[in-house]
Design a protein around this ligand. Structure first.
Ligand code: PMP
Length: 360
């Protein structure tokens, strides 16, 4: 068996020890004679898996007890509707900051449930930079301010936390959760699909400050009502049990590797290998403002796009997969989440140099 360097944007590479443990436990989880997939979510075995996953997630992210952690379904696109259904009702209005495709999608979906105001947009820079907060026009009567902390397609990331005063800050952290330390206390709500840094798709994590519960619009489906899910310990409906189990193994693994401070150092070192090379190259380019470059998703373009297919084919022959950029922007994209080893990024840069010397 040989494992490739998988640069997919998500579902994405997972830590090999986690996959091995899941494989070992597939038919018989800890002497129960059952796979986790076959267990009742109400049985003591699964309840212990769920409780350990939540405890480790809370510890990793240093989540205060005044916040609920919900294990939900529907993905981040689901949350684009679920967030406003639950939160916008307080005042009927919300601010959105647009830094790329994902935050634009969030704003569009929210407009079904209330009045959406674009507080800032990166349109002027063609979505290559985060607008500085001095340019934001925040509405003090907004129910919340929404950002996407890392634009997975555009490769633009917040490296600072906006100050929204008493208006709760909501962040889509799908593609950078668990990649670095953040101060949860500065947010009202954080959501993230699991399939980049946490585990398989099908699980969506929500961290919500308790005082924001209880404002759901009457149309909110009960399975998507944060308060009902919080009261039921995320078991109002059957949760995605197997995905929670694997995410729990990932949380344990990340703790063992030194937690989020260690992830941050590892991710910075990896991203630097790639960005340092891109800066010196006249064959490839990355147009993102240096201070806003994503440490997770690195889009880059060959100046001569006629070499794209040859570039991808050569990468594949060397065991480097899923480097094709998102269909909406073209070019290339290297997603280098927590579980991507630095050797993968070094191999990519080595290949990029070779390709350049052959075609440059
Ligand atoms: N937001 C961000 C930042 C994402 O990267 C993605 C998925 N790539 C989504 C939202 C949508 O996630 P899903 O398809 O799981 O709903």
């Amino acid at each position: 068996m040989s494992r490739v360097f998988n640069f997919s944007a998500g579902p994405a590479v997972l830590p090999e020890p986690v996959l091995r443990q899941a494989a070992d436990e597939m038919l018989d989880w800890q002497g129960t004679g059952m796979s986790v997939m076959e267990m009742s979510h109400r049985g003591k075995e699964f309840i212990s898996i769920h409780a350990e996953a939540e405890a480790n997630f809370r510890e990793l992210m240093d989540i205060p007890s005044s916040y609920k952690v919900l294990f939900m379904q529907g993905g981040a696109i689901g949350e684009n509707a679920i967030v406003p259904m639950n939160l916008i009702g307080r005042t009927g209005r919300a601010d959105y900051v647009l830094t790329g495709d994902w935050s634009k999608k969030s704003a569009k979906e929210a407009a079904t449930y209330g009045q959406v105001h674009v507080a800032a947009t990166a349109a002027a820079s063609k979505f290559t930079a985060v607008p500085s907060q001095s340019e934001w026009k925040l509405d003090p009567g907004a129910a919340y301010v929404h950002i996407c902390s890392n634009e997975t397609i555009g490769g633009v990331q917040f490296h600072w936390t906006p100050d929204t005063g008493s208006v709760p800050l909501v962040a889509d952290m799908s593609s950078d959760i668990l990649s670095r330390r953040i101060d949860v206390r500065k947010y009202g709500l954080i959501y993230a699909g699991a399939q980049k840094n946490m585990g398989p798709s099908g699980l969506t994590m929500v961290i919500v400050r308790e005082d924001l519960l209880g404002h759901a619009l009457a149309i909110t489906p009960s399975a998507f009502n944060y308060q009902l899910q919080a009261e039921a310990d995320s078991m109002y409906n059957t949760p995605p049990t197997y995905a929670i189990y694997v995410a729990g193994l990932v949380f344990r693994h990340v703790k063992k590797m030194g937690g989020l401070a260690a992830m941050e150092a590892h991710n910075l070192a990896k991203a630097n290998v790639l960005y340092d090379f891109l800066e010196t190259s006249s064959f490839y380019r990355n147009p993102i403002a240096k201070e806003d470059r994503s440490l997770m998703n690195v889009p880059f373009w060959l100046n001569d796009e006629s070499h794209n297919d040859a570039f991808l084919k050569g990468a594949e022959q060397r065991g480097m997969l899923q480097l094709k950029g998102h269909r909406s922007v073209g070019g290339m994209r290297a997603s280098i989440y927590n579980a991507m080893p630095i050797e993968g990024v070094q191999a990519l840069v080595q290949y990029m140099k070779e390709f350049e010397s052959r075609h440059g």
